[in-house]
Design a protein around this ligand. Structure first.
Ligand SMILES: Cc1cc2nc3c(=O)[nH]c(=O)nc-3n(C[C@H](O)[C@H](O)[C@H](O)COP(=O)(O)OP(=O)(O)OC[C@H]3O[C@@H](n4cnc5c(N)ncnc54)[C@H](O)[C@@H]3O)c2cc1C
Length: 431
């Protein structure tokens, strides 16, 4: 017998959890199917290197309305990452050491100038196409690298600003859309400092797992783990969702939360729109790594920072455990730094702090993971104007949701929740 639901939600990341909860609260019968053996998707709190670590999404902020509302709703606490007391940076082929203020002083002019028109184009960040037209099309054709070229910054500042954007895009800035950067900054009310704070300062004391589990518990519907969707067929009275184990599940509507880079991994019949297919084929920008590194001894809180050609562009001391220090670090391309290669990670770290003795490393290869194919979604040039509206437009009973398709804080946990809530609202409005 085929099972029938009002809505099937594919994926139990934050978009899927938000959509399923909203739908249940409106009385719809819902089934969530998730290929992994856990909820949370690209957030994953796991015990590694002697404590709980976030292998994926981590930092949240009160400037992010959707995730902040969830934190309040479930009564969770935030804690701050350590404030760095010293900074190490590489620029011009040399290593420099100073205060965090000196480092951020070198970034300030370039960051402010690279984003100075954020509110001009995106005065209301939740209406990113309000300025649609030939001028926005032209802007959207620009990469972040093109934008920085135009600034003619002094060489050290140029290198560091490129490094900051390689960090933010978690990929090559030649392939990252300037509109994506401007949208992020507009969501942070035009302040790059607020944007930077939102990206890496406050995290959930009990981990992202606590929020994902609180939302999952509030769904009051089955979340079927270890269930991979392979095909979605639309017919006159809804959808049939096929799984790799041969099950056929039917529903009036389906919410699909697959990240953009793996959207093509499900066989949609009829096929998704040409624009959705184009977005899936092109993929988005991020292809980097987040790595946790345990080093011997207690190290004074510090930050390191480098240009876009460094295998690691950013890192900071995050925890101490049993007399050792755990660092978190990011690199823009997994193809340039395989984090399973301890010698390569050690060499990349030693370019900044040669005296550190690496004990162990942990990471998850999100870009290589067939259930994500990327880290956080960052649009390529042209994708805002060509694809976003279409990606957000349902195809009859098939609704995409996910951080990659969000309007406001796209790429963040916040965007995932925003997008899931909106998909649920669209479905209930039409029932
Ligand atoms: C390394 C890293 C660091 C990040 N840092 C931050 C941060 O500090 N702050 C922040 O706000 N955001 C951060 N992000 C981004 C944030 O984690 C994501 O944007 C957000 O979690 C995405 O949620 P989602 O529900 O849209 O997608 P996902 O979490 O990817 O959920 C999609 C779900 O669908 C499942 N799935 C895929 N294919 C199938 C299938 N065929 N059948 C069934 N299920 C399937 C997947 O397993 C997954 O659980 C980070 C991400 C990464 C990877």
């Amino acid at each position: 017998m085929t099972e029938r639901y009002d809505v099937i939600v594919v994926g139990a990341g934050f978009a899927g959890l938000a959509a399923a909860r909203e739908l249940r609260h409106k009385g719809a019968s819902v089934l969530v199917v998730e290929a992994r053996d856990r909820v949370g998707g690209r957030t994953w709190t796991d015990r590694r290197l002697g404590r709980d670590l976030e292998l994926g999404g981590t930092w949240v902020h009160w400037a992010q309305p959707h995730v902040w509302a969830e934190i309040q709703r479930y009564g969770l606490e935030i804690v701050a990452s350590p404030t760095p007391e010293r900074a190490v940076w590489r620029a011009g082929g040399r290593r420099h050491e100073g205060t965090p203020d000196e480092l951020f002083g070198l970034l300030d002019a370039g960051m402010a100038r690279s984003l100075e028109d954020a509110r001009q184009w995106f005065e209301r960040p939740y209406e990113p196409l309000a300025c649609a037209g030939p001028d926005l099309d032209k802007l959207d054709g620009q990469s972040m690298s093109d934008r920085i070229d135009e600034l003619n910054l002094p060489p050290v500042e140029d290198e560091l600003v490129r490094g900051m954007w390689a960090l933010n895009f978690n990929g090559p800035i030649e392939r990252g859309a300037v509109t994506q950067a401007l949208r992020w900054c507009a969501a942070a009310s035009g302040s790059w400092q607020l944007l930077f704070e939102a990206c890496g300062t406050y995290k959930l004391r009990a981990g992202t797992r606590a929020l994902a589990e609180a939302m999952a518990a509030d769904i009051d519907a089955e979340i079927r783990l270890d269930t991979t969707v392979t095909r979605i067929e639309q017919g006159a009275d809804g959808v049939v969702v096929h799984t790799s184990s041969g099950a056929s599940l039917t529903a009036s509507d389906v919410v699909v939360t697959l990240p953009q880079n793996i959207l093509g991994s499900v066989d949609f019949r009829p096929a998704l729109s040409a624009v959705k297919q184009l977005a899936a084929e092109e993929g988005q920008t991020s292809e980097g790594v987040k790595i946790w590194i345990r080093v011997r001894g207690e190290v004074r809180p510090f930050v390191f920072f480098g240009g876009p050609d460094e295998p690691l562009t950013y890192g900071q001391a995050e925890y101490t455990v049993d007399g050792d220090t755990i660092l978190v670090a990011f690199g823009p391309q997994v193809s340039r730094l395989d984090a399973s290669d301890r010698a390569a990670v050690t060499e990349a770290l030693h370019r900044y702090v040669p005296e550190l003795d690496v004990i162990d490393i942990e990471w998850h290869d999100w870009a290589g993971d067939p259930l994500s194919g990327e880290t956080w979604g960052m649009q390529r040039p042209g994708q805002l104007t060509k694809c976003l509206h279409d990606l957000q437009t349902p195809e009859e009973h098939v609704h995409l949701a996910g951080s990659d398709y969000a309007t406001g804080w796209a790429g963040f946990i916040d965007g995932a929740i925003e997008s899931g809530v909106k998909a649920a609202r669209r479905i209930t409005a039409n029932r």
